[in-house]
Design a protein around this ligand. Sequence first.
Ligand code: NAP
Ligand code: F7E
Length: 353
Amino acid sequence: MRKALITGITGQDGAYLAKFLLGKGYEVYGTYRRISSPNFWRLQYLDIFHKVKLIPTDMTDQSSMQNALYISLPDEVYHLAAQSFVESSFQTPHSTGEITGLSVVAILENMKHIKPDAKFYFAGTSELYGFSGIPKGKALTENDAFKPMSPYAVAKLYGYWITRIYRDGYGIFAANGILFNHESPLRGLEFVTRKIATSVAKIKLGLSDKIVLGNLEAQRDWGYAPEYVEAMWKILQQDMPDDYVVATGETHSVREFLESACNHVGFDYEDYLAIDKELMRPLDLPSLRGDYSKIQEACGWSPKVKFKELVELMVDEEIERWRMLLSGRTFPWDAPNYPSERGVIVRNGGNGR
Ligand code: NAP
Ligand code: F7E
């Protein structure tokens, strides 16, 4: 049975990837960090909490990463853990550098000694392009320049290049996915798509009368997360490691997302919109659109869920969740969830069990 280690298994992509890999017959290990309130709701939502093996690991603690590799001795490592919220990276630039950037070399360096034949996937991002000065609307490829515009993107730039250095310098099968925004009902509430979806649902059910947003004109290439984790896997199934853009090829503004979400439930967005300047970032990428030709040709991957369907499925799911709460039912995935009580937790290092 093939073994995979996913760092950041409690996040949106980590949870979907774990489900996908379990479906392919993998033994799945995932890292999680100790926080005051355990965060396993996504694993429970996907009904895989009992099927994955969880290893306590922090991306600022090298010995815990070493431990995770010793315990799992993986065939494939998917390094997804990160401080992934661009806005927060302006408030916590130093720790973002450590968690999102330096953790990459810590894992690769440990892999070099513990499991050099494992394949490594790094979660690169369209934020890397930043100030590229590319004409608005051009679809970005693997060959376009990176000129990051946020502490998050700079940290990812380090991760991108160190991944290439371990590939070229040490022969590790190390690949970069350059993923454009991808969303789902499992997205964190702070990201604009889920924030809009949940705000619209609350208005629909009479629980709120406002949607507070920042920059409405920013354009993003938004895809559907479950499809993007399949792209990660396909990237590691190639004969040679390489770097790939994963995107839909379309771009839409935040305003369009909001308008589409409101239209779906029969509202005019202008009746509910409030702008908060505090939500504007010191720097914000005006527009992003990706060209997925390379991954389509090499791996046979292409996006299926496009903008309108994505907006609607997110809004519908939020309405369903709020209806459940209103009817007094608890979320089925909100049960007591400390892993030693309900899941499989693996703590000891040693010889890979
Ligand atoms: P996410 O939902 O924010 O998940 C991030 C994961 O990293 C969570 O499991 C989180 O744990 C973990 N983490 C954060 N700080 C940590 C630390 N100090 N030690 C250990 N774990 C830590 O992000 P996502 O949307 O799934 O994205 C996955 C990866 O792809 C990230 O690297 C992100 O930067 C990158 N990416 C995402 C997109 C996108 O549109 N979603 C696009 C391009 C690239 P907690 O659950 O405990 O917080
Ligand atoms: O912002 C604007 C905001 O925070 C999108 C991460 O997964 O994708 C994500 O980064 C746009 C920005 O995502 C609000 O200014 C307006 O222009 O949803 P977001 P992001 O910054 O694009 C990339 C590819 C990643 O790699 C990241 O990890 O929406 N916006 N009003 C707002 N954004 C938020 N969050 N909240 C607002 O109220």
